[in-house]
Design a protein around this ligand. Structure first.
Ligand SMILES: Cc1ncc(COP(=O)(O)O)c(C=O)c1O
Length: 405
């Protein structure tokens, strides 16, 4: 009996979830594995946020919430968009969902006709492609090269747009490459998008607060106010406030789009968990010092990993500008021979080697649409990261590297 609809056959299980599952099984069997697969902060949700949830539950906020979000959380989101991003929204232009992932799914489920195209900038968050495929859309993959810091150029964007393009997904700081855009670059992309008013833009800014050095996060919608009718700005509390399990994401965009997404959401979940919404409101309204503490910790870890990769032949890691992943280029290891004489030919094989030989769970770049890379999640302690990098270095040292000409 075939239970799944045919459109689901194109969907691949999430590579990072699969690797983490293997790592968990290995750990349960007593093996010494450091899991650098999954992308969730290793910090605890700050206590005032937990207190706010408890208070909400005790105060009776336990009934069905509005489909589009509670008034209190919407007010907090409006204030946050104004404070952090220079964006002005009214309540009907805001929607709250169970995680940014549900926002993304909802946006596409609401707007996509079968066969319509969604432009993805590789390397991209692997769920994007699967959501598009699950909904019968067509992913159009633009490969963004390390030479351009993994950013899409206006020329690449222009070449990718067709009359069937429905969305461009722009994620920055990006998972997995940590790519960011400055105001000029956003302006140039914005000018291109203005010429194609049929293209909607999903600006996934969920890593906005995890940004390093001189880089600063700038919202596309703020740089290009003329794109107001085209841009859906997506965010959430998972990454900035260590709240992955609370499942709250949100978006601001054109009111008719939000209204249509709300209609769709009423069919999916009747809104997001009321108690988690109270917690998210506290996260956005309350003191922001924990966000900065997490950011500083991620920057230290990034520096640690970048320095460690410098000492590993065949691997290359320009310092990521944001997010908490290290996307390590490993072209120099393709063709390397293991002790048993077999060769590593793909990044998937390299990730498997790192798991078998070093006990390190990583995700191959092929999961994100660009090879040959491995992604390490830096959402782990400095101690674990230092140990992991030593183990990776030792396992690479056991390989016979291909001759460099
Ligand atoms: C780029 C990006 N967008 C969205 C999400 C989903 O976040 P949420 O936990 O809010 O569903 C993730 C999670 O890994 C992500 O990396």
């Amino acid at each position: 009996m075939n239970y799944a609809a045919s459109r689901l056959s194109a969907v691949q299980p999430s590579a990072s979830a699969a690797i983490s599952q293997t790592a968990r099984q290995m750990k349960a069997a007593g093996e010494d594995v450091i899991d650098l697969g999954l992308g969730e902060p290793d910090f605890d949700t700050p206590p005032p946020i937990i207190e706010a949830a408890y208070a909400a539950a005790k105060a009776g906020q336990t009934r069905y919430p509005p489909n589009d979000g509670t008034a209190a959380l919407k007010a907090a989101i409006i204030a946050k968009f104004a404070r952090d991003n220079g964006l002005e929204f009214t309540a009907p232009e805001i929607i709250v969902s169970n995680g940014a992932k549900q926002i993304i799914y909802g946006a596409l489920a609401t707007t996509l006709e079968p066969g319509q195209e969604v432009i993805l900038c590789a390397p991209f968050f692997d769920s994007y492609e699967n959501i598009i495929l699950a909904l019968g859309g067509k992913p159009v993959i633009v490969r963004c090269q390390p030479e351009n810091d993994f950013r899409i150029t206006p020329e690449q964007l222009d070449a990718a747009i067709t009359p069937d393009t429905r969305w461009l997904f722009l994620n920055y700081p990006s998972n997995p490459a940590g790519a960011v855009y400055n105001a000029e670059e956003l302006q140039a992309l914005g000018e291109m998008l203005e010429r194609h008013p049929h293209v909607l833009v999903l600006a996934d800014e969920i890593y906005e607060h995890i940004i390093f050095g001189q880089h600063e996060h700038i919202s596309l919608a703020a740089v290009c106010p003329s794109l107001k009718a085209q841009v859906l700005t997506v965010n959430g509390v998972s990454k900035a406030y260590a709240m992955t399990g609370w499942r709250i994401g949100y978006a601001g965009g054109p009111q008719p789009l939000i209204a249509a997404m709300t209609k769709m959401q009423s069919l999916i979940s009747s809104g997001a968990c009321s108690i988690a919404q109270a917690a998210a409101a506290e996260a956005l309204n309350g003191p922001q010092d924990e966000v900065e503490r997490f950011r500083v910790a991620f920057e230290r870890r990034r520096d640690l990993v970048v320095a460690a990769v410098e000492a590993i032949p065949g691997m290359n890691l320009p310092a990521p500008a944001g997010a908490f992943y290290a996307l390590i280029e490993c072209r120099g290891l393709m063709g390397a021979a293991k002790a048993d004489g077999t060769q590593i030919r793909t990044d998937t094989q390299l990730a498997q080697y790192l798991l078998d030989e070093a006990g390190i769970a990583s995700v191959p770049g092929s999961a994100y649409g660009l090879t040959p890379f491995v992604r390490l999640s830096m959402a782990n302690s400095e101690q674990n990261l230092a140990a992991a990098m030593q183990r990776i270095q030792a396992s690479v040292a056991k390989l016979t590297l291909p001759a460099v000409d």
